[in-house]
Write a protein that binds this ligand. Structure first.
Ligand SMILES: [Zn+2]
Length: 58
């Protein structure tokens, strides 16, 4: 299982995600970013930041 805390990238956000793969998390983050952070698209820089912040958990 992998986890990502949006707060690692967006300091004021306390939403967290979990998924089996990076891509599962990125898909959920994309929805969250467009709905809750007002992004029209997710820039590749943000994708890189999210990937770098995803943690492997047991
Ligand atoms: Zn967020």
């Amino acid at each position: 299982m992998k986890q990502f805390a949006c707060g690692d990238v967006v300091p004021d956000c306390d939403v967290a995600f979990a998924g089996a793969t990076d891509d599962d998390i990125l898909a959920a983050v994309a929805v969250h970013a467009t709905r809750d952070h007002g992004l029209v698209t997710v820039p590749s820089e943000l994708v890189d930041q999210v990937r770098a912040s995803i943690r492997e958990v047991a």
